[in-house]
Structure formats: structure tokens, C-alpha cells
Ligand binder design. Structure first.
Ligand SMILES: Nc1nc2c(c(=O)[nH]1)N[C@H]1C(S)=C(S)[C@@H](COP(=O)(O)OP(=O)(O)OC[C@H]3O[C@@H](n4cnc5c(=O)[nH]c(N)nc54)[C@H](O)[C@@H]3O)O[C@H]1N2
Ligand SMILES: Nc1nc2c(c(=O)[nH]1)N[C@H]1C(S)=C(S)[C@@H](COP(=O)(O)OP(=O)(O)OC[C@H]3O[C@@H](n4cnc5c(=O)[nH]c(N)nc54)[C@H](O)[C@@H]3O)O[C@H]1N2
Ligand SMILES: [Mo]
Length: 760
């Protein structure tokens, strides 16, 4: 058994018809079931009442914003409640657990089992050659980290990973520490997530973030949801889509799969009011082939161009001539691109593309939303740039109801980047750190996630510290990555819950248990709060109310500051003790170093929060080199299959949060009891000689390396020919380490060429 790969739970796969609507009573039932089971009735009510309230904590589920004005008593969704219950669960993992199970034994447990054992309570240490974790005290743990870091020959032999639940305050301290230590090796989950969005948007509109607010969803005439499954991953977004529909807006859903949330939506709160109506959300579903989006968007552009020539449609000529570059190149490329190529590349008929084009033509204000279906492709950056092209044509920036909306994943992933968690920091930011804290930060760029794995594999790194996350399971090419991690001298995981990254470690390993969002954080008798930034650039506070899972837990801020204190010289110009003694002190430092945080402490305490500056949204201006937004020419990628291969996307089920598995069902898609499944078009299966529930080995060897996973079952599904879907992280061993997006280096985990062998 390879311990770095999750072994399956006892599968009992069943398939039901897929669901046509999302939320509704089943969502209420599921919420209650998860919450009561894990937190008990009292804590469930107490905790869920505080989610996303102005005086409460930010839901750790996703980065979807809360309403600016009136909030209802229940501002959470089924999957937010699952995330909360999972953190606030009563079960605990004490040192006894670690003396009962060796690390090798734990390796044989499924991800679902590991997560279900409870909250981590004590700092734990695994020595070289030992198969057990033993208790260690905090001070000893900090010293061990300090000794290892101080003994490195080069600062670049240390790698500091961050996952996106980390607060602004902890993130700011963490990057400050990494840089004062001497490295920009700050890979984060964003490298595997919206990095292509940041890169594509910065190149075209001069800011790597979205340009809309929640209010814009009410005012938009057309919302396009591309490569995203909000019913599962951003359920509260469905309410915004519903409210758009009620105001007469239209919705287009671009996705190889007919995702339930976009078909119909029953608002769970309406159920509480005994209204049984459901709202039809998407007016048009375009079932693109995997990676057919550029072809499709070019088709819409070409249609608009043809209608413009016929006099049926006006581009926003004033905006285009005053505010943009490269319009002519874009247009002449559209003229040269044949409809054949567009239809073949997208897998969508010309008639359907024209239907979508018509909806664009009739819409005064358009928002395009997307998530991983656009970013995790070799041409992920170009996918994003192509969305900008379509919006520039109609001048859809800086006015109500219009703009780009990359829908972020982790609840503070956007804030972490704002705080400087980035391997490629801007020089101006480093200069600010330099003058504020009086040290010389490194200017050379550091490793992102993929290059960090390659560096570990090439023996260029020795110490790996993770502020949250589950590196081994989230990253691609699991076998390769596991052997890279095992070469480290020391790996440190700052975590709330047990996961596979605690089992696949360097020679020595530490688990440092920390407080979660839901818990009270008291330092020197004063209750602290943290801040986060949502997907729409709004910064607000988050304050937990529950008693911590263990007296020994420390906050992320406290752990980071203590590691910093133990790893840098005593005369360091940065006063770590002072910074961690009151988070106001950290916020003062943030204010001094990062634009948009003027009067941070005062504003965060006297209001519900504030928006960060966003030039395209605020003033239709673009912080590019010449102040203009850029049209771009993006070639249609070749997404046809090599003979014998199909294209695989790795996606999330309804019962998981990234690598945290809550259950084995995917309710909306009708899959039950098994995550080791391949969703395949029946005609492809028949052609390959497979029947339903056939056991298969999946092989990813097109680059000459032989990667495979066994024990998967074929399920017939409504998915375009040539495409298949599996769940992340089970299929990650198949994602080649260097199969990445150009420029953003994001693993292209939505388009992996794979072949299948029957296993009996
Ligand atoms: N409950 C829950 N919430 C979550 C998460 C979770 O795991 N569970 N994860 C969080 C995180 S970190 C993130 S980044 C987000 C992820 O949110 P999503 O991006 O919605 O998550 P995925 O399951 O990866 O879904 C990708 C969607 O893109 C579609 N797709 C795949 N390839 C293509 C393509 O080539 N073109 C198009 N048009 N569509 C394609 C898939 O069919 C699927 O519907 O959710 C966040 N919220
Ligand atoms: N094949 C494939 N791979 C993918 C993706 C995909 O779609 N397909 N998606 C990618 C994406 S979008 C992302 S964002 C990454 C996710 O990568 P990561 O962010 O690394 O993974 P998570 O599963 O979100 O991390 C879960 C762990 O975080 C810890 N944790 C939870 N809350 C807290 C907290 O408050 N503080 C601390 N310190 N720790 C906490 C818990 O121990 C938990 O086990 O995976 C990527 N990998
Ligand atoms: Mo993500």
C-alpha cells in the first residue's frame, strides 16, 4: 500500500438520476444532520447563529461575500454548515491516539476516516526513523524549528506554504518572517487555484482581482457562469443568481456537466417560510467540451462582430477607443477564425453559440463568473483573458451590473495574497517592508507550489513549513510529490485537523495544532479578532465564540510569531513579541505597508468593513503600463484526443472541502457511496468495450511516465463525448507534475489525457 495515496473506504456505489435542482429541503436536512452529529445540538445552534454575522465569524466554507446591508439570521448554506461543523466538532485527537496508531497504520486509513477522528489538541513530534508521533511542548517545538532553520546554508532551502483559511494578520506576519529570514519561497494554494485569474487579469485590466460587488448581481442583465459549480462550492451565490433572475436578468451556464445548482434552485430559507417554489436559473446551458471555452468565447465574439457589421449591434466604441489597446488585432483574428474551428473546438453547435451571442447582444450589463473550470488548464491564463475580451467589447467595466468575477475558493485566499503571500512580490511592496521594519528583504523570486515540489525533489530544499492546508493531497503527481517531501529534513504542519500531510513527512516532523475560525482567541486576557477579505475585495473582521478544542491550542498568529522569534537573531529589528501581543499592532503594520488599509484599526472597529481600492470598478481606469485595458489574441487550444485517450477533469463532490472528505456521496450528481468513480459518456464507454460499473485502471502516460490508479468504477453520465470526470484528490496521482498552465504554473488538473484498462 502506498501511504501517500488515500485507500478507499468500503465502496457501495449506487447511481441515481442526477438532481435537477439544488438546495431546498434536502439541503436543510443535510445541514442539520452534519451539524448535530459533529457539534451536538447546543453548539450547533450557538455556532450557526454566528456564521457571517457582523459580530460573528467568517464562514470558513468559501469566499463568497455577505450582504453589505441587512442580513438574515441564517447567513450560511449547507456546505458552509458542513465546514463549520467539521471544525467545531466535539471529537478530539489526543496524544493517546498517536500512541495507539503508528504512522504506517494511519497511512492505511482513508481520508474520510482521518478527518473524522476529531480536532488536533497537542503539539506532536515524529523523530527520524520513528513510526510514531509523541507529545512535545510548544517551546521545544519552536526551538527545533529554529535550530533547523538557522542551520541551513541558504535561506532558500526553506519553503513556507500557506492555505487560504489563514487570516490577514497571520498571513502578514508569516510573509514578513519568510522575507526577514531571507526568502520569497511562499507557495500557496492559490498557485493551484486562481493564479491563472490573477495573471490573466493583471495583463489585461491591471489588477488581479474581480471588479464586481454583490450588488452588481442584482443589476446585471446577463450573468455568465463558466467552469464553476456554485450549487456545491459556492451555494450562497445561488441566492445572488436567484435575485438577479427576479429582477429580470438572464443566466448562461457554460459547463461540460449540467450542474444542478444552475438548473433550478430552491432557496432553503424560502422553505422555512413554507414557500415551495423553485427558480429556474440558467436560461441556456452550453455543454462545452473540456477546454472548449476559448473556442466558444471566440464564437460569441465572432457573432457579435457579424451583427455589428449588419448594423444590429454597437460595440462601446468610445470606451474601446479611449480605454483599450489591440482592438484591431482581436477583430482581425476573429475574422480569420473559421466557424468550423469554433464549433469543433467548443463542441457547441453554431446555432447554440448564436443563441448565446444574442443574449450578449441584448444585454446592457454583463458579468462573467468563473472558477476552476477555466483556470486549471494549460491555457488557463488565456481562458481568463478571453473573458475580458468579451466584456471589453461592450465596455462592461466600472458600471453597475458589469465586470469580471473570478469566484475565489478558500475564505481568505484573496486576503492572503493582498498581505504578501506570493512568491513574486512587487518591488514596491518589498521596499515598504524594508523601510518599515529596517531589514533587507530578498528581491529574487521564490518557489511557487509546483517549483517547490521540483526543488524538494532536486534536494534544493530542506525545511518545509505549512500554515494550514494538505500539501501532499492537494498537489499533483502524488507519487512524485511524496518522494520529494520525504527528502526534507523537517516538515511542519500548522493544522486544525488530521490529514495525509501529517503522515507523509520529512525525516523529522511536527504537528502544531491551532485555533480555528469558530474559536475564541484570547491573548494576555484580551479577546482578539482577525480580518479577512472576501472574493469581492471587502475586508471585514471575524471573531470566534466557541471555547477552544483544547487549552493547548495556539492561534496561527502566535505560532508564526514564535517560529519567527526562534529562527531569527535576537537583535532582529522586528519585534515579534510586540506584534503578537495584540493584533491591533499587526494591523498598524499592515496599514503602513499595504495600500487601501488607511486607518485600518479604526475602520474595522467602527464599521462592518470596507472595500479595497479597485481602479477598473471605482473609476474605469486600468493600472497597466499605459493605463489602458488590453484586448488579446488567444489561439484556440487543441483539445482533441490522441487515439485511445480521453480528457479527464478532476472535480469536487458535494461532500468534500478540497482534501477534507465529509462523506462518500455526491447528491446532486446522483452518485452514492463511492468516490472512486469515473463519469463517462455511455457512447465512449461502449466504444471502449466497457459496461456500467466496470472496474478500471486509469493510466496517465502520454508524457512517457507511467502513472496509474486502480479500483475506479465507470458510471455513465451526461458528459460530452471524449471527456471524463473523476474526483480530486483521488485522481491526483494522474496529474503530471509539469502539466501546468503557461505563465501561472497552475497544475492543469482539469485536462489530463488518460486511457483505461478493464480490471476484473
Ligand atoms: N463545499 C465546498 N466548497 C468549496 C470547495 C470544496 O471543495 N467544497 N472548494 C473551495 C475552493 S478552494 C475552490 S477553488 C472553489 C472551487 O469551485 P469550482 O471551480 O466550482 O470547483 P470544481 O469542482 O473544481 O469545479 C469545476 C467546475 O468546472 C467544470 N469544468 C471542468 N473543466 C471545464 C472546462 O474546460 N470548461 C468549463 N466551462 N467548465 C469546466 C466542472 O464540470 C465543474 O462544474 O470552491 C471553494 N468552495
Ligand atoms: N486534481 C486537483 N487538484 C487540486 C484541485 C483540483 O480541482 N483538482 N484544486 C486545487 C485548489 S483550487 C486548491 S485551493 C488546493 C487546496 O489545497 P490546500 O489548501 O492545501 O488543502 P485543503 O484541503 O483546503 O486543506 C485542508 C486542511 O487545512 C487545515 N485547516 C483547516 N482549517 C484551518 C485553519 O483555520 N488553520 C489552519 N492552520 N489549518 C486549517 C486542516 O488540517 C485540513 O486538513 O487544492 C488544489 N488541488
Ligand atoms: Mo481553490
Amino acid at each position: 500500500m502506498k501511504g501517500h495515496r488515500a485507500p478507499p473506504d468500503k465502496p457501495r456505489s449506487r447511481q441515481r438520476p442526477r438532481k435537477k435542482s439544488a438546495a431546498g429541503i434536502p439541503a436543510v436536512v443535510s445541514t442539520t444532520k452534519h451539524a448535530f452529529k459533529k457539534m451536538g445540538i447546543y453548539n450547533s445552534i450557538k455556532t450557526l447563529k454566528m456564521v457571517n454575522q457582523k459580530e460573528g465569524f467568517d464562514c470558513p466554507g468559501c469566499a463568497w461575500p455577505d450582504p453589505d446591508d441587512e442580513r438574515t439570521k441564517f447567513e450560511f448554506c449547507e456546505n458552509g454548515a458542513k465546514a463549520v461543523a467539521d471544525e467545531a466538532m466535539k471529537k478530539k485527537i489526543t496524544p493517546k491516539f498517536f500512541s495507539k496508531y503508528s504512522i504506517s497504520e494511519l497511512c492505511n486509513k482513508s481520508d474520510y476516516w482521518l478527518n473524522n477522528q476529531g480536532r488536533l489538541t497537542n503539539p506532536m513530534f515524529k523523530d527520524e526513523n520513528s513510526d510514531y508521533y509523541v507529545e512535545i511542548d510548544w517551546e521545544e517545538a519552536f526551538e527545533l524549528i529554529g535550530d533547523n532553520l538557522k542551520s541551513l546554508e541558504l535561506a532558500n532551502e526553506a519553503i513556507f506554504y500557506t492555505s487560504g483559511r489563514t487570516s490577514n494578520e497571520a498571513a502578514f506576519l508569516y510573509q514578513l518572517f519568510a522575507r526577514s529570514f531571507g526568502t520569497n519561497n511562499l507557495p500557496d494554494c492559490s498557485n493551484m487555484c486562481h493564479e491563472s485569474s490573477g495573471t490573466g487579469l493583471t495583463e489585461t485590466i491591471g489588477i488581479g482581482k474581480g471588479t464586481v460587488t454583490l450588488e452588481d448581481f442584482d443589476n446585471s442583465s446577463l450573468i455568465v457562469v463558466m467552469g464553476q459549480n456554485p450549487g456545491t462550492n459556492h451555494p450562497r451565490m445561488l441566492s445572488a443568481l436567484e435575485s438577479n433572475k427576479k429582477n429580470g436578468g438572464k443566466i448562461i451556464h457554460v459547463n461540460p456537466l449540467p450542474e444542478a445548482g444552475l438548473v433550478r434552485f430552491k432557496h432553503p430559507q424560502d422553505y422555512m417560510k413554507l414557500s415551495f417554489k423553485s427558480t429556474k436559473l440558467a436560461d441556456l446551458h452550453l455543454p462545452v467540451k473540456i477546454n472548449g471555452d476559448i473556442a466558444l468565447m471566440k464564437g460569441i465574439g465572432k457573432y457579435l462582430l457579424e451583427e455589428n457589421k449588419k448594423g444590429n449591434y454597437q460595440f462601446d466604441n468610445e470606451f474601446i477607443s479611449q480605454k483599450t489597446n489591440n482592438f484591431e488585432d482581436y477583430v482581425s483574428n476573429l475574422e480569420e477564425t473559421s466557424w468550423d474551428k469554433i464549433v469543433h473546438g467548443s463542441g457547441i453547435s453554431k446555432k447554440m453559440i448564436e443563441d448565446a451571442g444574442k443574449m450578449f447582444l441584448e444585454s446592457k450589463s454583463i458579468i462573467i463568473c468563473w472558477a476552476m473550470g477555466l483556470t486549471q488548464h494549460v491555457n488557463g491564463v488565456n481562458n481568463v483573458k478571453e473573458t475580458v475580451n468579451l466584456l471589453l467589447l461592450g465596455g462592461h467595466f466600472g458600471r453597475p451590473g458589469a465586470g469580471v468575477c473570478p469566484v475565489r475558493g478558500h475564505s481568505n485566499v484573496q486576503g492572503d495574497r493582498t498581505m504578501g503571500i506570493w512568491e513574486k512580490p512587487k518591488e514596491a511592496f518589498l521596499k515598504k517592508l524594508e523601510s518599515r521594519f529596517n531589514f533587507s528583504p530578498p528581491y529574487e523570486h521564490g518557489y511557487d507550489t509546483v517549483s517547490a515540489i521540483n526543488a524538494m525533489s532536486e534536494n534544493k530544499a530542506k525545511v518545509f513549513i505549512a500554515l494550514g492546508g494538505n500539501f501532499i493531497s492537494a498537489t499533483p503527481d502524488t507519487d512524485f510529490t511524496a518522494s520529494a517531501i520525504k527528502k526534507m529534513d523537517l516538515t511542519v504542519q500548522i493544522s486544525t485537523k488530521l490529514n495525509r500531510s501529517h503522515l507523509i513527512t520529512g525525516k523529522k516532523a511536527l504537528i502544531l495544532p491551532c485555533l480555528g475560525r469558530t474559536e475564541k482567541d484570547i491573548i494576555q486576557g484580551k479577546e482578539q479578532f482577525v480580518t479577512v477579505e472576501n472574493s469581492m475585495g471587502f475586508v471585514h473582521s471575524s471573531r470566534g465564540g466557541l471555547k477552544p478544542a483544547s487549552k493547548l491550542l495556539k492561534s496561527e498568529v502566535n505560532i508564526v510569531a514564535n517560529i519567527a522569534r526562534s529562527s531569527t537573531s535576537i537583535e532582529s529589528s522586528i519585534k515579534w513579541e510586540y506584534l503578537m501581543s495584540d493584533y491591533d499592532n499587526i494591523r498598524d503594520a499592515i496599514e503602513d505597508c499595504i495600500g487601501g488599509f488607511e486607518d485600518f484599526n479604526q475602520r474595522i472597529k467602527t464599521s462592518s468593513g470596507f472595500y479595497l481600492p479597485n481602479p477598473p470598478k471605482d473609476s474605469k481606469s486600468f493600472s497597466t503600463i499605459d493605463g489602458k485595458a488590453n484586448f488579446s489574441v488567444n489561439e484556440i487550444p487543441n483539445n482533441s484526443n490522441v487515439d485511445g485517450y480521453l480528457t479527464m477533469m478532476t472535480i469536487r463532490s458535494h461532500d468534500q472541502y478540497n482534501t477534507t472528505i465529509y462523506g462518500l456521496d455526491d447528491r446532486y450528481r446522483g452518485i452514492k457511496g463511492n468516490r472512486y468513480v469515473v463519469l463517462m459518456n455511455q457512447e465512449d464507454a461502449v466504444e471502449l468495450g466497457f459496461k456500467a460499473k466496470q472496474n478500471v485502471r486509469i493510466i496517465s502516460d502520454l508524457d512517457g511516465e507511467n502513472r496509474s490508479v486502480d479500483g475506479f468504477k465507470i458510471m455513465f453520465y451526461e458528459i460530452p463525448r471524449g471527456c471524463v470526470a473523476t474526483y480530486f484528490p483521488e485522481a491526483n496521482p494522474l496529474v503530471p507534475i509539469n502539466h501546468v498552465a503557461l505563465k501561472s504554473n497552475t497544475p492543469a488538473s482539469k485536462s489530463i489525457p488518460v486511457r483505461f484498462e478493464a480490471i476484473n
